[in-house]
Design a protein. Structure first.
Lengths: 213, 216, 216, 213
């Protein structure tokens, strides 16, 4: 399994049957391949019940996800307008949202929508990180050798103190009241290998798990 | 079967320089493409677009950007449209970004006689800038004020002569909100149906919000 | 076909003394009568009722008034129910009156993660009492804060096992708003249908808001 | 025609084809008998298209007006929830609302929902007088010999400066920027007859019309 799919599979392990989940673009969008049966997917442009990408006659304009990709709705889908869609989001009805990240702070602040001088829009991300019961960020641990997990984010924030889990290609880190906690680590790496690539202090869970490479 | 059905020339005549056009559609789906033709044909310039995004370059609502008709964009995301991004970077278009859920509520308020709503979304981010923070029972909320337009352009699945509308799938998202939020609301529909052909419980936008429907 | 369908005893067990029950129904129509039976059967007392009205004496939601289960009523009108009027006059029930449109929006806010809305309704009347006035661009608005309950009791026309709901006619009015505005939402439906029997475009309340449906 | 029906007919003369109108209980509810073809009726409990009172199998719980009376929806009716219903009201989409009145002030304040010490609820009235484009009050000119048109209302207000037209059994009075203006008067009465029964100053329209008794 390639790294992107491995991260998606790990993130999807946070979902349980009956959960309604919203997936961002990129790695998060791959999570639907690994979700437990009974998980349903919300797309912020107005539907719960996103199914597989559509082919043939099922490719219609009326069933598009937030990236404009055409999909087949699953049985039991429901349609709603954007006001109701974000009512679902803000009121805590989504069990989880999975998003990409540019930077995460030690306090769980997330920056994922803009770099300074390049602000093309937050879309629904600010609502999602504010409302979903669990916010899961999938990202590489570093970008061009620079840490992405920082004491404070330098880029414009998507939300304050909103991230619960950070799933990277090397490890899983939880944001807790005590600080960042290393929860899982790739086989062959040590906590200090992770510490070298992030800025904040990193605690290690007593029951640290090892992930097979 | 006339009611609110109107020929194209009457609809083209609605659009004027400097108007705020509030539009349905999301990432090129559910967009009122025939009404966008009408805006182009009207020659109207210096428009403000109020809606989720500006589509792809020279696609759907992006055609108004491509043709240089737009001075200002209010939306949640323009990243799909490199033309909009470039015009904003060059100072040719003024951009206001609003979190998508707050944008939906602000348009809903504009169409519902409400002045604004309180949300947590955007607290602690630049989405706070220039906005009031309100305390309610010791909790802090961000006040997102109402938004509306001069003309709303809406894409429906079916329309009857009273302007009762239904939508299909995710093409619904911003369309019913937009339909309420302007001085004049114009609709295009995939299907024009007879009075009483839409079941009352199935109607999403009651005709009271609709002024004209593009006839065929 | 199990999903969220639950036997009566599981639903009876949800109701406890001191809860706020947010209820659908309007002037005796669209009321969740079988769930009102469940509240009665639970023995729960000292309840707060949040909904439009209290029905007629000993009818629909008025049965909870008649049986002495209610300490507080929040609604827009109690005039149809002489028992409520008398209990309020005697200080046995605490009454909060809210203009009907503001009540609808406040319940909607409570179910939508919003803190409140700004309205003009009630400005210059006693509906202002104890509320904040907010200025937006030089205009004055009344802030109506969000309301929600512990348990919502909802009457639907049809429910599928995921809790997707439709409504019929004016029985819709407060039911879909109430369905969103509580920690636990319980539904009774005239028709229990199979998964995929409701057309996705036709669903008014998505199942994500529903916890349990009274089985038959 | 009895007095109640005459008042209802006069109030209904303010409606035109295409108007959506909300009617209160009592005399206002009779207006639907006299409305021009093409006028549709809104009931605040969630429907546009209220038709005649239902009989036989058409008497169903699902089509009730705000007073719990069962009706038949007309072709082209639309259903909506209470939030959308008052969105229609507050945003000025109702051409008119007709309500009863306890007191009206010279400035157009309306008191119609409560007497001091008897407050059973304003229902939708405060929204209706705030939102409808035209607010028409039908009421007797006096109650037990006491004037109901006053310099200031003594009863709790429904709305400030909201009334446009007062239709009584003796006359029609408009609320204008210049004050109250007598617009129509019942055959056989003089403006001074009206003045004796109201508290504020009363102007007389240049084109004062006489209503046949």
């Amino acid at each position: 399994m390639d790294i992107r799919h491995r991260m998606a599979k790990r993130a999807a392990a946070y979902f349980s049957a009956g959960d309604i989940v919203n997936l961002g673009i990129g790695v998060p969008s791959l999570c639907n391949n690994y979700a437990a049966p009974g998980v349903m997917f919300h797309t912020e442009n107005g539907l719960i019940g996103v199914g597989p990408l559509a082919e043939g006659l099922m490719r219609v304009e009326s069933f598009c996800n937030a990236n404009g990709m055409r999909f087949v709705p699953v049985p039991g889908s429901a349609v709603f307008d954007s006001a109701d869609s974000f009512g679902i989001v803000r009121s805590g009805r989504l069990a989880a949202t999975v998003l990409g990240g540019l930077q995460v702070s030690k306090g769980g602040d997330l920056a994922n929508w803009a770099r300074p001088g390049k602000m093309v829009g937050m879309g629904g991300a600010m609502d999602l990180v504010n409302g979903a019961r669990k916010v899961i960020v999938t990202m590489e641990l570093t970008a061009k050798g620079q840490p992405k997990i920082l004491n404070e984010c330098a880029y414009p924030l998507t939300g304050k103190a909103c991230v619960d889990h950070i799933v990277t290609e090397q490890c899983v880190i939880d944001v807790t009241g005590d600080g960042l906690v290393l929860r899982e680590i790739l086989e062959g790496l040590t906590p200090d290998d992770i510490r070298r690539q992030i800025e904040p202090e990193l605690l290690v869970a007593e029951d640290l798990t090892t992930l097979a490479a | 079967m006339s009611g609110k059905f109107r020929p194209k020339d009457e609809i083209v005549a609605l659009f004027k320089d400097g108007q705020t056009i509030v539009h349905g559609g999301f990432a090129n789906h559910g967009a009122p493409n025939a009404l966008i033709d009408c805006v182009l044909e009207s020659g109207a310039r210096h428009l403000t677009l109020l809606g989720n995004d500006t589509g792809d370059p020279n696609e759907t609502i992006g055609r108004l950007i491509h043709e240089g008709r737009v001075d200002k964009v209010i939306g949640s995301h323009i990243g799909m449209n490199a033309e909009t991004v470039e015009l904003v970077a060059n100072g040719k278009i003024e951009l206001t970004l609003i979190p998508q859920g707050s944008l939906a509520e602000r348009i809903r308020c504009g169409g519902s006689g409400l002045g604004g709503v309180l949300t947590k979304t955007g607290l602690g981010t630049i989405a706070e800038n220039g906005k009031q923070k309100i305390e309610v029972n010791g909790e802090t909320w961000l006040l997102e004020p109402a938004l509306r337009g001069d003309v709303a352009i809406v894409r429906a699945r079916s329309a009857d002569p009273y302007g009762n509308l239904t939508y299909r799938g995710t093409s619904r998202n911003f369309n019913p909100l937009v339909a309420k939020a302007a001085a004049i609301t114009v609709v295009e529909a995939d299907h024009l149906v007879e009075l009483d052909e839409l079941e009352p419980d199935r109607i999403v936008t009651p005709g009271v919000f609709v002024d004209m429907i593009l006839a065929r």
